[in-house]
Write a new protein. Structure first.
Lengths: 628, 628
């Protein structure tokens, strides 16, 4: 964390100084906006939290509910989400608070007495060690509260506007604020009143029954038939030995429970399978009484019993596997001629079962993908074409998710005798762990994602996949730090320069690259101010040397990695690193000893891997996304 | 962290539900109090934070200043303090926020050109690996803000009362509230007004010039002559290569600087030695202009220069090595006949140089030692004799500190030619690291500290020293956890039962002990309610088995380690552990394979090491501090 660079500020350094919009934030919704977000779910909140970091962007979030979500809905937090929280500054607090999944138990009918379940296997949750972050369970309401805190503590002091419902919108490209949105107050003294606000962009994070999806004419693909689960968050007394372990439980009569311990040491969630919902059910399944669901759970758990003492939250959750044909307002045939103005995110564009615990995770990655793109376009940093890449990138991810979820759900629903091998279910769980953990996302080549031509220079940093952290030593004070954890959700591009063999201060390709980055007119870091920042402040350029940190001097690193900043023109000390001799990032991430440049997007995805002397390729890449 | 056990509570689970005093906290100072603390420094704040955890205790803290401390004073946080913060729930946030000291550089006059300093050595700060917690630098003001947050979020919703000055007190043991304290408002509309409050106990955390010290007739031992340093917290531009490293810098002309990088990546502190203060100086040294101190720093740093751009805080800090003859109001000759009513803590009873970075650390340990003792006596859990142990335990620690500090300060002040060996200074630093880290404290045998008769059963848990954490696996869900980090500052005794060889459920001494603890009338856990809690809730009894966690069942552990608690009579799941096969706490802490009981005090000090079958010794120990 960096702070006090403009003088000591008392209090929590996480709270940023108000700036721009935040100096004079109006309680009332302004009539003209840069971005209007509809829906206070995980998708809407992360988008808002990201946009709130830019003092120059006037973004608001409206939500129909009269107040914040207090309890319920999803609770699975994949490691990729925790990695994302790190960028927003609250990962460690969620880690302290959450339940950590490290194991999963599989319970099946016993072989001697199939009417009683037995513990058939215990699998490690992250056998493949895909991340340094844990897999957590924390209530969705809490995650949204954390994002709410990020917003309030951001320079723009953003807070959601509750009790306001989206009704419809119209787009007129001839206007400065092309999207006219009709809203209605649904809480408070003026309840019922309609109002119109004009915005540059509309973000539809309005959930599975999205009105914005309908209004932009997107249609849902996939089968209509939904699957239903009785979801019970409860406090209970039980003799079931694995009450604090995540369990897949299958009984002899075809029943199944997905059992998930929750944060705090007592609360747990049971997903009791209620089966496929008939086409003509008309949501009748939602009327299933909780007592019936708990009785069913007891049947499945036999010979164990669960005495539910208190229900904290419950729901009959009914959902189909569906994805919309596009995630913005531009139909395929118009994509060449106009850029999007409205977007849909999260459940508004993809729904799937809760079994793989993806609910809020994928929705947040939608918002993380869109947020910085909107900021760059609004601030004039990037061309409007950037916005198209949102649908291009996220729709494929959604489709993969639905496919994975279908396989996983049907495996969990299958009877033991349907499997080829007795360990098929747990083997699949372990083998595919990278997918539900959120790390299989691999974006295709586009204007924000390069090719894999030079992938051999850094085999651990696949172009299109997220930048995986590793430990390095910071030269300035010799501290071991996680390189990836230094990246904040600040909308900046990151340029990681992994040095070739010579040390800092020696003639080398790294020294040449540093010189070029700092001084060449073609360098992306050189040029006039852009979007309210010095141009070079849109970049976070770091260098990692192969030598031990005491074998070279900080001040010998090229000036590009020690830029001057802040009110007092101080030198940045914290961008020069050394490979930690104990962990060696070069070995861990397959980086060539001849060095490599790894370019990482503001949403943490690797955009380029290049040789150290590929100055012109580097220039060409940024000339598209950040033209001079 | 455990929460939601009485139903889901939305929001940050760190915020406890209001209870007792906190349900109806008055803005105005009540006329009758259980404890009155004077002084919002580290000593006063930790005492207040500890007492605020007990709904039944009415404690207030008065401070002369009109508002909280905003900046300045001490900044070194030893690992023992971070361990203490863990118990108060904010260690990880301070760790994220602070500067981490991992190395120290030693700069000396060059051998070829002694007028220029050169880097002579770099030493690891914690070569001996004395703690899993780091050594940090964070402003004292921030630490007090963290404790302030703990107080506000406690059941009693405590906040300091600012703008109130202590004047004097009188003790009359015949009264229910024996201490009558005269205060004066020194801020706000009623400024100047005097008021009298009556309290059961008075805590003098009123700093080096303590009035309470004088009022209880304690006297300071040690030499009068003080040493002075110019302390400058600044933002600067420099070519000194180790600006972000803790440095001891000695120049040829006898000058010396202790240089300390600060939190946030830019701020640093220089202690520029101004030498011994003459007896007749009359604080004239405090008038030394900052420009002169900075000029002196530049002289010492030659050939490097420091261009100070901004001074965040500065002070001429003048201090002698002194400790008072006692830390409470009872003179030696009266100790047999009466118990203390007034205490002094922190700088009020010991002062020393800033060189070893002990300022706020030792003061906090004073408060942590006193806080739970006051609570136990006030709630009728322990006899009043307990309070005497405060002076007994802490005065010796203060004396050790002064002795250590004298040695270290004179070594740092010595000229290079005074040393026997060129590496004497850095060798001493590394060799004695456990002392300034706060881990050399070893309390003597008393009613709260047993003997070392059975020390061989757990050689890593020295009776009288702090309980050092180690990694174990929690049986309930298979998570690796730091055993020591589960201990909160909740005033409870901890009983760690390290099992003998048989697994849970087998006949063993552990099984017998569990049975005895839960059911025997002599067991400290058995008996009538005490101080507003079930008697067994004054204990946190945990068991650690030698088997891997999947080789026994949670439900086979004795019921003493799975107590029923909370509004719904739920079972506690989180007190049964297994030695982590990778780290093996038995090997790491020298625990006998025949098992051992380790009793730990509410302030984390080991009070007893006993064999598993020493039921009567265990009963006897607690019969004194928690009589039936
Ligand atoms: C009742 C319920 C139970 C669920 N249970 C589970 C579960 O057990 N496990 C699991 O993994 N997932 C569950 N989910 C799904 C999970 O919560 C979603 O995947 C996740 O919240 C998606 O996030 P989102 O931001 O896309 O949408 P949502 O979280 O659904 O947020 C959409 C928001 O938009 C608001 N909104 C909608 N229309 C308008 C409008 N016209 N104007 C203003 N505001 C509007 C809604 O009030 C809502 O707050 C559940 C969802 C719901 C609704
Ligand atoms: C100006 C200054 C600079 C310092 N600089 C350093 C440094 O550079 N490095 C270092 O290691 N240590 C430094 N210290 C020492 C360090 O801050 C202390 O060791 C530490 O704060 C001790 O904590 P404490 O709680 O005992 O007392 P303090 O932190 O001194 O707190 C005592 C409090 O009591 C209040 N008080 C005093 N009398 C009354 C009264 N009659 N009524 C009401 N309130 C009263 C005071 O206003 C003060 O807030 C400095 C101290 C001071 C005062």
């Amino acid at each position: 964390m960096q702070f006090h660079e403009d003088g000591y500020v008392t209090g929590d350094p996480i709270i940023k100084r108000p700036a721009g919009i935040g100096l004079n934030r109006t309680a009332e919704l302004p009539v003209e906006l840069d971005v209007l977000i509809v829906g206070e779910g995980p998708a809407g909140m992360i988008t808002a939290a990201q946009l709130s970091q830019f003092p120059g962007i006037n973004a608001r979030l409206v939500e129909r509910r009269p107040e914040e979500l207090l309890v319920g809905q999803a609770d699975g937090i994949q490691a990729r989400s925790v990695e994302t929280f790190q960028a927003f500054g609250f990962a460690n607090r969620v880690i302290d608070e959450g339940y950590h999944i490290t194991e999963m138990s599989f319970w099946k009918p016993g072989t001697t007495n199939p009417s009683e379940i037995v513990r058939a296997a215990v699998a490690k949750d992250d056998e493949l060690n895909v991340s340094e972050f844990p897999h957590l369970i924390v209530n969705q309401a809490r995650i949204m509260q954390y994002f709410g805190e990020v917003m309030r503590q951001s320079p723009t002091r953003m807070v959601p506007d509750y009790g306001i419902e989206y009704l419809s919108h119209q787009i007129d490209e001839s206007e400065e604020y092309p999207v006219a949105v009709t809203l209605r107050r649904v809480a408070g003294p003026q309840s019922g009143e309609e109002l119109v606000v004009r915005t540059k962009y509309l973000v539809g994070a309005d959930g599975a029954r999205s009105q914005i999806r309908r209004d932009i004419g997107a249609t849902r693909q996939g089968k209509q038939a939904a699957h239903a689960w009785g979801v019970v968050d409860s406090l209970a007394v039980t003799d079931f030995p694995d009450w604090r372990v995540k369990c897949a439980i299958q009984s002899n009569d075809g029943g199944s429970i997905l059992h998930i311990p929750r944060e705090g040491g007592q609360l747990t969630r049971m997903y009791v399978d209620l089966g496929e919902v008939a086409e003509d059910d008309n949501h009748a399944v939602r009327e299933t009484p909780m007592s019936q669901i708990i009785a069913r759970a007891n049947q499945i758990l036999h010979p164990y019993t669960v005495d539910v003492k208190h229900i904290a939250w419950s729901s009959v959750y009914e959902v189909g596997h569906r994805v919309t044909d596009r995630f913005d307002d531009v139909p395929a045939q118009e994509r060449a001629v106009r850029q999007p103005r409205a977007f849909i995110l999260g459940d508004a564009c993809h729904t799937h079962s809760a079994k793989a615990g993806q609910g809020m995770n994928v929705s947040m990655q939608d918002g993380f993908n869109l947020g910085w793109k909107l900021a760059h376009v609004l601030l004039g940093v990037a061309p409007t074409e950037l916005l198209r890449t949102y649908t291009d990138e996220r729709q494929e991810i959604a489709q993969n998710l639905i496919d994975f979820d279908k396989t996983w759900s049907s495996m969990m629903a299958a009877k033991p005798e349907d499997f080829d091998s007795p360990t098929e279910l747990e083997d699949f769980y372990v083998r595919t762990a990278e997918f539900p953990a959120g790390f299989m996302t691999e974006y295709k080549t586009s204007l924000v994602c390069g090719t894999q031509d030079h992938q051999d220079l850094a085999t651990g940093y696949t172009v299109g996949k997220r930048f995986r952290s590793a430990q390095v030593v910071r030269r300035a004070e010799g501290n071991p730090v996680q390189l990836g954890h230094l990246a904040q959700a600040d909308g900046r591009w990151r340029i990681y320069v992994f040095a070739d063999a010579p040390a800092a201060g020696q003639p080398s390709k790294t020294t040449d690259l540093g010189e070029w980055l700092a001084n060449d007119p073609a360098s992306p870091l050189v040029g006039a101010d852009l979007g309210g920042r010095r141009r070079r402040e849109w970049f976070d350029a770091k260098v990692i040397y192969q030598q031990n940190h005491l074998d070279f001097e900080l001040l010998d690193a090229p000036a590009a990695f020690r830029p001057v900043y802040g009110a007092f023109d101080l030198m940045q000390y914290e961008n020069v690193f050394s490979a930690d001799p104990e962990t060696d990032i070069y070995a861990e991430r397959g980086i060539s000893r001849d060095g490599a440049v790894v370019v990482v997007r503001p949403d943490q995805y690797v955009a380029q891997v290049l040789p150290l002397d590929a100055h012109s390729e580097l220039a060409a890449f940024f000339e598209v996304v950040m033209p001079h």
